[in-house]
Design a protein around this ligand. Structure first.
Ligand SMILES: *Cc1c(COP(=O)(O)O)cnc(C)c1O
Length: 412
Protein backbone atom coordinates (compact mmCIF):
# COMPACT_ATOMS: atom_id res chain seq x y z
CA UNK A 1 0.00 0.00 0.00
CA UNK A 2 1.34 3.45 -0.84
CA UNK A 3 2.12 5.75 2.05
CA UNK A 4 -0.34 8.33 0.72
CA UNK A 5 -3.21 5.84 0.70
CA UNK A 6 -2.28 4.59 4.17
CA UNK A 7 -2.32 8.05 5.68
CA UNK A 8 -5.62 8.88 4.01
CA UNK A 9 -7.00 5.64 5.52
CA UNK A 10 -5.78 6.75 8.95
CA UNK A 11 -7.38 10.11 8.49
CA UNK A 12 -10.62 8.45 7.49
CA UNK A 13 -10.47 6.29 10.57
CA UNK A 14 -10.51 9.45 12.69
CA UNK A 15 -13.25 10.87 10.57
CA UNK A 16 -15.52 7.88 11.15
CA UNK A 17 -14.69 7.88 14.81
CA UNK A 18 -15.89 11.47 14.92
CA UNK A 19 -19.13 10.51 13.18
CA UNK A 20 -19.73 7.74 15.66
CA UNK A 21 -19.07 10.11 18.55
CA UNK A 22 -21.54 12.65 17.19
CA UNK A 23 -24.45 10.32 18.01
CA UNK A 24 -23.10 8.45 21.03
CA UNK A 25 -25.34 10.50 23.34
CA UNK A 26 -28.38 9.19 21.48
CA UNK A 27 -26.98 5.67 21.21
CA UNK A 28 -26.59 5.53 24.99
CA UNK A 29 -30.21 6.50 25.78
CA UNK A 30 -32.26 5.19 22.87
CA UNK A 31 -33.02 1.84 24.55
CA UNK A 32 -34.64 3.71 27.46
CA UNK A 33 -37.22 5.26 25.10
CA UNK A 34 -39.29 2.20 24.27
CA UNK A 35 -41.55 1.85 21.27
CA UNK A 36 -44.82 0.00 21.77
CA UNK A 37 -43.22 -2.87 19.86
CA UNK A 38 -40.39 -3.01 22.36
CA UNK A 39 -42.82 -2.99 25.31
CA UNK A 40 -45.26 -5.39 23.69
CA UNK A 41 -45.53 -7.80 26.67
CA UNK A 42 -46.68 -5.08 29.04
CA UNK A 43 -49.18 -3.76 26.50
CA UNK A 44 -50.48 -7.30 25.97
CA UNK A 45 -50.96 -7.70 29.74
CA UNK A 46 -52.94 -4.44 29.86
CA UNK A 47 -55.06 -5.60 26.94
CA UNK A 48 -55.85 -8.84 28.84
CA UNK A 49 -56.90 -6.85 31.91
CA UNK A 50 -59.19 -4.59 29.89
CA UNK A 51 -60.71 -7.46 27.92
CA UNK A 52 -61.44 -9.28 31.15
CA UNK A 53 -63.07 -6.18 32.64
CA UNK A 54 -65.28 -5.77 29.58
CA UNK A 55 -65.84 -9.50 29.06
CA UNK A 56 -64.58 -9.10 25.51
CA UNK A 57 -63.46 -11.66 22.98
CA UNK A 58 -60.46 -11.25 20.69
CA UNK A 59 -62.87 -10.82 17.81
CA UNK A 60 -64.66 -7.96 19.56
CA UNK A 61 -61.35 -6.31 20.43
CA UNK A 62 -60.38 -6.35 16.76
CA UNK A 63 -63.69 -4.79 15.69
CA UNK A 64 -63.40 -1.00 15.58
CA UNK A 65 -67.13 -0.55 16.13
CA UNK A 66 -66.85 -2.52 19.35
CA UNK A 67 -63.85 -0.37 20.30
CA UNK A 68 -65.90 2.78 19.68
CA UNK A 69 -68.96 1.55 21.55
CA UNK A 70 -66.78 0.58 24.48
CA UNK A 71 -64.76 3.76 24.80
CA UNK A 72 -64.16 4.63 28.43
CA UNK A 73 -65.58 8.00 29.43
CA UNK A 74 -65.33 7.94 33.23
CA UNK A 75 -62.26 8.06 35.44
CA UNK A 76 -63.79 5.51 37.87
CA UNK A 77 -63.86 2.90 35.12
CA UNK A 78 -60.16 3.09 34.26
CA UNK A 79 -58.84 3.66 37.74
CA UNK A 80 -57.75 0.09 38.45
CA UNK A 81 -56.36 -0.42 34.93
CA UNK A 82 -53.84 2.39 34.88
CA UNK A 83 -53.48 2.83 38.63
CA UNK A 84 -54.99 6.26 39.27
CA UNK A 85 -54.96 7.60 42.81
CA UNK A 86 -58.21 8.63 44.47
CA UNK A 87 -57.12 12.24 44.16
CA UNK A 88 -56.41 11.90 40.46
CA UNK A 89 -59.74 10.20 39.85
CA UNK A 90 -61.63 12.99 41.56
CA UNK A 91 -59.76 15.67 39.59
CA UNK A 92 -60.41 13.91 36.30
CA UNK A 93 -64.09 13.77 37.16
CA UNK A 94 -64.11 17.55 37.65
CA UNK A 95 -62.38 18.18 34.31
CA UNK A 96 -64.75 15.91 32.42
CA UNK A 97 -67.65 18.10 33.51
CA UNK A 98 -66.14 20.74 31.24
CA UNK A 99 -64.28 18.85 28.51
CA UNK A 100 -65.17 15.71 26.59
CA UNK A 101 -63.27 12.59 27.63
CA UNK A 102 -63.21 9.27 25.79
CA UNK A 103 -60.53 6.67 25.18
CA UNK A 104 -60.73 3.43 23.19
CA UNK A 105 -59.96 0.23 25.08
CA UNK A 106 -57.06 -0.22 22.65
CA UNK A 107 -55.43 3.15 23.33
CA UNK A 108 -55.98 2.63 27.05
CA UNK A 109 -53.93 -0.58 26.78
CA UNK A 110 -50.96 1.41 25.46
CA UNK A 111 -50.71 3.52 28.64
CA UNK A 112 -47.86 2.36 30.87
CA UNK A 113 -49.46 1.76 34.31
CA UNK A 114 -46.02 1.90 35.96
CA UNK A 115 -45.18 5.37 34.68
CA UNK A 116 -47.20 8.25 36.19
CA UNK A 117 -45.73 10.52 33.49
CA UNK A 118 -46.46 8.17 30.58
CA UNK A 119 -46.61 10.18 27.33
CA UNK A 120 -49.66 8.24 26.15
CA UNK A 121 -51.48 8.89 29.41
CA UNK A 122 -50.68 12.59 29.22
CA UNK A 123 -52.29 12.80 25.79
CA UNK A 124 -55.45 10.93 26.72
CA UNK A 125 -56.26 11.27 30.41
CA UNK A 126 -57.67 14.61 31.61
CA UNK A 127 -55.48 16.77 33.80
CA UNK A 128 -56.53 19.37 36.33
CA UNK A 129 -54.41 21.90 34.45
CA UNK A 130 -57.03 21.95 31.70
CA UNK A 131 -59.07 24.23 33.92
CA UNK A 132 -56.39 26.91 33.50
CA UNK A 133 -58.09 29.81 31.72
CA UNK A 134 -55.16 30.90 29.53
CA UNK A 135 -55.46 30.80 25.75
CA UNK A 136 -58.27 31.20 23.23
CA UNK A 137 -60.98 28.90 21.93
CA UNK A 138 -60.17 29.48 18.26
CA UNK A 139 -56.70 31.05 17.99
CA UNK A 140 -56.46 30.20 14.28
CA UNK A 141 -59.77 31.96 13.56
CA UNK A 142 -61.09 28.98 11.60
CA UNK A 143 -64.55 30.52 11.84
CA UNK A 144 -63.28 33.53 9.91
CA UNK A 145 -61.97 31.38 7.03
CA UNK A 146 -65.13 29.44 6.32
CA UNK A 147 -66.58 30.14 2.87
CA UNK A 148 -69.05 27.28 3.33
CA UNK A 149 -70.07 25.38 6.44
CA UNK A 150 -67.58 22.51 7.13
CA UNK A 151 -64.96 24.12 4.84
CA UNK A 152 -61.85 25.94 6.05
CA UNK A 153 -59.96 27.62 3.23
CA UNK A 154 -56.76 29.48 4.05
CA UNK A 155 -54.71 28.77 0.95
CA UNK A 156 -55.30 29.33 -2.75
CA UNK A 157 -55.31 25.80 -4.15
CA UNK A 158 -56.43 23.58 -1.27
CA UNK A 159 -58.91 23.40 1.59
CA UNK A 160 -60.12 21.21 4.40
CA UNK A 161 -63.56 19.70 4.94
CA UNK A 162 -64.43 18.86 8.53
CA UNK A 163 -66.72 15.88 8.19
CA UNK A 164 -67.30 14.88 11.81
CA UNK A 165 -66.51 15.84 15.38
CA UNK A 166 -66.02 12.26 16.50
CA UNK A 167 -62.64 10.73 17.39
CA UNK A 168 -61.43 7.37 18.69
CA UNK A 169 -59.85 9.26 21.56
CA UNK A 170 -60.19 12.91 22.52
CA UNK A 171 -56.69 14.37 22.68
CA UNK A 172 -56.25 16.59 25.73
CA UNK A 173 -54.41 19.13 23.54
CA UNK A 174 -57.01 19.20 20.75
CA UNK A 175 -56.87 22.33 18.60
CA UNK A 176 -60.60 22.06 17.87
CA UNK A 177 -61.82 21.61 21.43
CA UNK A 178 -64.51 24.18 20.74
CA UNK A 179 -66.12 21.75 18.26
CA UNK A 180 -65.86 18.63 20.40
CA UNK A 181 -69.08 18.90 22.33
CA UNK A 182 -70.94 16.41 24.45
CA UNK A 183 -72.74 15.16 21.40
CA UNK A 184 -71.01 13.06 18.79
CA UNK A 185 -72.16 14.01 15.34
CA UNK A 186 -71.22 13.33 11.78
CA UNK A 187 -71.99 16.16 9.41
CA UNK A 188 -75.29 15.50 7.64
CA UNK A 189 -75.09 14.55 3.96
CA UNK A 190 -76.67 17.80 2.75
CA UNK A 191 -73.89 19.78 4.38
CA UNK A 192 -71.23 17.47 2.94
CA UNK A 193 -72.85 17.96 -0.44
CA UNK A 194 -72.62 21.73 -0.07
CA UNK A 195 -68.94 21.51 0.87
CA UNK A 196 -68.27 19.35 -2.19
CA UNK A 197 -70.21 21.82 -4.33
CA UNK A 198 -67.90 24.56 -3.08
CA UNK A 199 -64.97 22.52 -4.38
CA UNK A 200 -66.78 21.94 -7.67
CA UNK A 201 -67.45 25.64 -8.10
CA UNK A 202 -63.90 26.75 -7.39
CA UNK A 203 -61.68 25.46 -10.16
CA UNK A 204 -58.39 26.38 -8.49
CA UNK A 205 -58.95 23.82 -5.68
CA UNK A 206 -56.74 20.87 -6.65
CA UNK A 207 -56.13 19.34 -3.20
CA UNK A 208 -58.93 18.39 -0.81
CA UNK A 209 -58.20 17.43 2.77
CA UNK A 210 -60.89 15.46 4.56
CA UNK A 211 -60.57 15.82 8.32
CA UNK A 212 -62.58 16.30 11.53
CA UNK A 213 -62.58 15.20 14.27
CA UNK A 214 -61.27 12.11 12.62
CA UNK A 215 -62.07 11.52 8.94
CA UNK A 216 -62.07 7.75 9.35
CA UNK A 217 -64.87 7.94 11.91
CA UNK A 218 -67.19 8.08 8.92
CA UNK A 219 -68.33 4.67 7.73
CA UNK A 220 -66.93 3.15 4.55
CA UNK A 221 -70.07 3.90 2.54
CA UNK A 222 -70.01 7.62 3.36
CA UNK A 223 -66.27 7.88 2.67
CA UNK A 224 -66.77 6.13 -0.67
CA UNK A 225 -69.66 8.40 -1.56
CA UNK A 226 -67.46 11.46 -0.86
CA UNK A 227 -64.60 10.03 -2.88
CA UNK A 228 -66.86 9.31 -5.82
CA UNK A 229 -68.26 12.83 -5.70
CA UNK A 230 -64.80 14.41 -5.43
CA UNK A 231 -63.41 12.24 -8.22
CA UNK A 232 -66.19 13.46 -10.49
CA UNK A 233 -64.63 16.92 -10.23
CA UNK A 234 -61.99 17.27 -12.91
CA UNK A 235 -59.83 19.85 -11.13
CA UNK A 236 -59.42 17.78 -7.95
CA UNK A 237 -55.98 16.21 -8.28
CA UNK A 238 -55.25 14.75 -4.86
CA UNK A 239 -57.38 13.79 -1.87
CA UNK A 240 -55.93 13.60 1.61
CA UNK A 241 -57.35 12.19 4.83
CA UNK A 242 -56.43 13.44 8.28
CA UNK A 243 -56.90 10.62 10.77
CA UNK A 244 -55.46 9.49 14.06
CA UNK A 245 -57.06 6.06 13.82
CA UNK A 246 -53.77 4.26 13.02
CA UNK A 247 -52.62 5.52 16.44
CA UNK A 248 -55.72 5.51 18.64
CA UNK A 249 -57.99 2.97 16.92
CA UNK A 250 -55.90 0.90 14.46
CA UNK A 251 -58.71 -1.67 14.15
CA UNK A 252 -60.43 0.93 11.92
CA UNK A 253 -57.96 0.21 9.11
CA UNK A 254 -59.75 -2.82 7.73
CA UNK A 255 -59.11 -4.69 4.49
CA UNK A 256 -62.43 -3.47 3.12
CA UNK A 257 -61.55 0.16 3.90
CA UNK A 258 -58.19 0.04 2.10
CA UNK A 259 -59.60 -1.97 -0.82
CA UNK A 260 -62.16 0.80 -1.28
CA UNK A 261 -59.71 3.70 -0.85
CA UNK A 262 -57.28 2.40 -3.43
CA UNK A 263 -59.92 2.68 -6.16
CA UNK A 264 -59.73 6.46 -5.85
CA UNK A 265 -56.00 7.15 -6.09
CA UNK A 266 -54.07 9.38 -5.69
CA UNK A 267 -55.06 9.19 -2.00
CA UNK A 268 -52.80 10.31 0.83
CA UNK A 269 -53.21 9.76 4.56
CA UNK A 270 -51.68 11.98 7.21
CA UNK A 271 -51.74 10.54 10.67
CA UNK A 272 -50.57 11.73 14.05
CA UNK A 273 -48.08 9.79 16.17
CA UNK A 274 -46.56 11.81 19.01
CA UNK A 275 -44.46 9.25 20.86
CA UNK A 276 -42.57 5.99 20.11
CA UNK A 277 -44.77 4.10 22.59
CA UNK A 278 -47.68 4.53 20.15
CA UNK A 279 -45.89 2.36 17.61
CA UNK A 280 -47.39 -0.98 18.57
CA UNK A 281 -48.03 -4.24 16.73
CA UNK A 282 -51.55 -3.05 15.82
CA UNK A 283 -50.49 0.45 14.72
CA UNK A 284 -47.75 -1.07 12.56
CA UNK A 285 -50.23 -3.45 10.93
CA UNK A 286 -52.63 -0.57 10.22
CA UNK A 287 -49.94 1.56 8.59
CA UNK A 288 -48.63 -1.34 6.54
CA UNK A 289 -52.11 -2.10 5.28
CA UNK A 290 -52.50 1.48 4.05
CA UNK A 291 -49.00 1.55 2.55
CA UNK A 292 -49.61 -1.77 0.79
CA UNK A 293 -52.67 -0.21 -0.84
CA UNK A 294 -50.32 2.39 -2.35
CA UNK A 295 -51.30 5.16 0.04
CA UNK A 296 -48.35 7.34 1.08
CA UNK A 297 -48.42 8.00 4.82
CA UNK A 298 -47.26 11.20 6.49
CA UNK A 299 -47.00 12.01 10.17
CA UNK A 300 -48.07 15.31 11.70
CA UNK A 301 -46.60 15.41 15.19
CA UNK A 302 -47.57 18.10 17.67
CA UNK A 303 -44.73 19.27 19.89
CA UNK A 304 -46.08 18.87 23.43
CA UNK A 305 -44.57 19.58 26.80
CA UNK A 306 -44.21 16.34 28.76
CA UNK A 307 -44.91 14.17 25.72
CA UNK A 308 -42.22 14.73 23.13
CA UNK A 309 -40.33 17.98 23.81
CA UNK A 310 -37.13 15.98 23.86
CA UNK A 311 -34.71 15.65 20.96
CA UNK A 312 -34.06 11.95 21.51
CA UNK A 313 -37.75 11.07 21.81
CA UNK A 314 -38.39 12.79 18.49
CA UNK A 315 -35.39 11.13 16.83
CA UNK A 316 -36.52 7.71 18.00
CA UNK A 317 -40.12 8.40 16.96
CA UNK A 318 -39.19 9.55 13.46
CA UNK A 319 -36.81 6.66 12.84
CA UNK A 320 -39.39 4.16 14.10
CA UNK A 321 -42.05 5.75 11.88
CA UNK A 322 -39.91 5.16 8.81
CA UNK A 323 -39.69 1.46 9.72
CA UNK A 324 -43.50 1.26 9.56
CA UNK A 325 -43.46 3.24 6.29
CA UNK A 326 -44.70 6.55 7.66
CA UNK A 327 -42.81 9.67 6.55
CA UNK A 328 -42.52 12.43 9.18
CA UNK A 329 -44.18 15.40 7.46
CA UNK A 330 -44.72 18.16 10.01
CA UNK A 331 -43.90 19.01 13.60
CA UNK A 332 -46.43 21.58 14.76
CA UNK A 333 -45.62 24.09 17.42
CA UNK A 334 -48.53 23.88 19.90
CA UNK A 335 -51.34 26.36 19.44
CA UNK A 336 -52.51 28.52 22.31
CA UNK A 337 -55.87 26.81 22.63
CA UNK A 338 -57.69 27.35 25.92
CA UNK A 339 -57.43 24.34 28.23
CA UNK A 340 -54.11 23.15 26.80
CA UNK A 341 -51.59 25.52 28.42
CA UNK A 342 -49.78 22.68 30.22
CA UNK A 343 -48.66 21.39 26.80
CA UNK A 344 -47.13 24.65 25.57
CA UNK A 345 -43.41 24.80 24.83
CA UNK A 346 -41.01 27.52 23.77
CA UNK A 347 -39.97 27.95 20.14
CA UNK A 348 -36.33 27.38 21.17
CA UNK A 349 -37.21 23.81 22.19
CA UNK A 350 -38.53 23.03 18.73
CA UNK A 351 -35.50 24.62 17.12
CA UNK A 352 -33.17 22.57 19.29
CA UNK A 353 -34.95 19.41 18.17
CA UNK A 354 -34.64 20.38 14.51
CA UNK A 355 -30.96 21.22 14.99
CA UNK A 356 -30.31 17.83 16.60
CA UNK A 357 -31.98 15.90 13.77
CA UNK A 358 -30.15 17.37 10.79
CA UNK A 359 -27.04 15.41 9.90
CA UNK A 360 -27.52 12.96 12.76
CA UNK A 361 -30.30 10.99 11.14
CA UNK A 362 -31.83 10.32 7.72
CA UNK A 363 -33.17 13.35 5.94
CA UNK A 364 -36.28 11.18 5.51
CA UNK A 365 -36.73 11.37 9.31
CA UNK A 366 -36.67 15.17 9.35
CA UNK A 367 -40.06 16.88 9.05
CA UNK A 368 -40.73 20.59 8.66
CA UNK A 369 -41.27 22.47 11.93
CA UNK A 370 -44.31 24.70 11.60
CA UNK A 371 -45.66 27.55 13.65
CA UNK A 372 -49.20 28.60 12.79
CA UNK A 373 -49.74 32.32 12.41
CA UNK A 374 -52.62 33.55 14.61
CA UNK A 375 -55.93 34.56 13.05
CA UNK A 376 -55.33 32.39 10.02
CA UNK A 377 -51.97 33.70 8.87
CA UNK A 378 -51.14 30.10 8.12
CA UNK A 379 -48.45 27.46 8.39
CA UNK A 380 -45.03 29.07 8.62
CA UNK A 381 -41.84 26.97 8.54
CA UNK A 382 -39.15 27.70 11.08
CA UNK A 383 -35.67 26.21 11.14
CA UNK A 384 -32.31 26.78 12.72
CA UNK A 385 -30.28 29.27 10.76
CA UNK A 386 -27.64 27.72 8.52
CA UNK A 387 -27.05 30.90 6.53
CA UNK A 388 -24.24 33.10 7.83
CA UNK A 389 -23.97 35.59 5.02
CA UNK A 390 -25.21 36.05 1.45
CA UNK A 391 -23.02 38.42 -0.57
CA UNK A 392 -22.69 39.63 -4.12
CA UNK A 393 -20.27 36.90 -5.16
CA UNK A 394 -20.28 34.39 -2.32
CA UNK A 395 -22.62 32.93 0.29
CA UNK A 396 -21.51 31.58 3.65
CA UNK A 397 -23.09 28.81 5.66
CA UNK A 398 -22.48 26.46 8.54
CA UNK A 399 -23.03 22.71 8.29
CA UNK A 400 -24.78 20.46 10.85
CA UNK A 401 -21.56 20.19 12.86
CA UNK A 402 -21.08 23.94 12.92
CA UNK A 403 -18.27 23.96 10.32
CA UNK A 404 -18.26 27.03 8.14
CA UNK A 405 -18.04 27.00 4.39
CA UNK A 406 -18.86 29.27 1.49
CA UNK A 407 -20.03 28.70 -2.03
CA UNK A 408 -19.63 30.89 -5.05
CA UNK A 409 -22.70 33.05 -5.54
CA UNK A 410 -22.25 34.45 -9.04
CA UNK A 411 -23.08 32.66 -12.24
CA UNK A 412 -20.39 32.49 -14.96
C1 LIG B 1 -53.02 22.55 7.28
C2 LIG B 1 -54.00 23.03 6.33
C3 LIG B 1 -53.94 22.68 4.98
C4 LIG B 1 -52.86 21.80 4.41
O1 LIG B 1 -51.60 22.37 4.45
P1 LIG B 1 -50.36 21.68 3.75
O2 LIG B 1 -49.20 22.54 4.12
O3 LIG B 1 -50.63 21.68 2.27
O4 LIG B 1 -50.24 20.29 4.27
C5 LIG B 1 -54.89 23.19 4.14
N1 LIG B 1 -55.86 24.01 4.58
C6 LIG B 1 -55.95 24.35 5.87
C7 LIG B 1 -57.04 25.27 6.30
C8 LIG B 1 -55.04 23.89 6.79
O5 LIG B 1 -55.14 24.24 8.08
Amino acid sequence: MSTALKSSRNMEYDRFDELRRSIEDYESVKHTIKTGLQDREKIARQKEKIMKKLGASEEQWNDYKWQLRNRFTRAEDIRDIIGLTEDETERIRKVTEKYRFAISPYYLSVIDPDDPDCAVKRQAIPSFEELNEQGELDPMDEEGWTPEELVTRRYPDRLIIKVTNICGMYCRFCQRRRLIGEHDTHAPKEKLKKAIDYVRNNREIRDVLITGGDAFMLDDATIEWMLRELRSIEHVEIIRFGTRTPVTLPQRITDSLVDMLKKYHPIYVNTHFNHPREITEEAKAACEKLANAGIPLGNQMVLLCGVNNDKFVVRKLNQALLTIRVKPYYIFHPKTVKGTSHFWVRVEEGLEIMESLRGRTSGMAIPTYIVNGPKGLGKTPILPNYILFIGKDKAEFRNWQGRRFSVRNEIR
